[in-house]
Ligand binder design. Sequence first.
Ligand code: PHE
Length: 451
Amino acid sequence: MNNAIRAGTVGDQMWGKKSTFVLAAAGSAVGLGNIWRFPYALAENGGSAFLLIYLLCIFGICVPIMMAETLIGRIGRGSPVLAFHNLADRRGKGRPWVGIGFLGVAGSFIIGAFYTVVCGWVLAYTLRSLLPDFPTTEGEVSAFFETVTSYSLGGWDVLEILMHSLFLLLCLGIVYQGVVKGLERYLRPMVPLLVLLLLVGVAYAINIGNTEQALAFMFSPDFSKITGETVLAAVGHAFFSLSLGMGVFITYGAYTPSNLSLGKMVLLVSAIDTTVAVLAGLMVFPLVFAIEGVSASAGPGLVFLTIPFVFTQMPLGDIARFLFFLLLLIAGVTSMVSLIEPAVSALEHYRGMTRHRATAVVIGGLWVFGAACAQWSGLFDAFDYLTTKILLPVGGMLIALFVGWGFSNDLYADQEGVPTGSVRTVWIWTLRVVAPATVAVILVAGLWPSA
Ligand code: PHE
């Protein structure tokens, strides 16, 4: 491929406004993981003691890697694959590293395949909340969930596949319009709207729910619960929650001008994601504890069974339920778009496809794999395992090593906000040794839990 084509293609694709990187990246990071995984992980693993460990992971390991990942995009100027390709060209060596780019694109595609299925459930609940007579008892709510996930015709889970298809169509509408007319135009208003809905949700929950018990459940420090496993859980969740190690930051970084401060942007995105996760707990748990006999659970049960039922018992519950699922839907769309974009930009930059064609190919592929995940839950679980336990950490580790050992100071010359002096030394050694070693331990412990 000739350099002029590559430079031209990427040059046309830059965010038009300064704050778009932060908004788009925060939109990617803030997703379903913040709402159903983090609050419960916090409560189960020692409350504020876990929060401390989580913050150490975020700012000690993830922020340095996020800076490295964004820099690969900003200096390599391209999709994950092309960025590595360009950087390898510049150094005159390192071709095998292009493989990390392919790994990232593959990883985001695989996460996308099961993420769209869950977002399809969210869409079903959002639409159902617009209709009258939402199920009122716990049994009816769980029957509704059963219908959404298992209603079948001729052996096919048609409702689940339909919802996942509609959700993908929504994302298609954004991605196919391009970086500025599509992603930037829609993500910019969506992310503040998401934060606004969350704040309204927290105010509602604190006002009518059992805040005291929620605060005790979430934050009571219990250092005895901090074990090796808790630390591993914290790092693992931090990667997933920040959308790290998948090429999302390479892709969004490539659309970001070099004169915006890298350090500030990355810190802001991490702070937004963590704050949203804590706020999500302050929205969910006061409501859960407001009802006698309802127990807090993790995962799909919390969002699709417990919460919808709790709303039936609350003042303005019908409106609150709709707004809650709308919030989840927006969080899902802004994350899903970031899972689609790396593959689309890779096909555009690397294979020379038009945006429309690339979007059609990626969304078509996601539709097939998403439908397969909807149909066969074993595949859903396998994709989840493969990405969160293996591809994300491996991607993060390789990115840290690539930038830590492979980049020299001259590469940062025109990059604003790259650490200098002793902070740079700490950052570089975190990338070279601390982060890869920590991630390697997580991988081993995660794959062989009893080891
Ligand atoms: N960060 C998103 C969430 O918390 C999930 C995600 C992971 C999105 C990896 C993009 C890439 O739900």
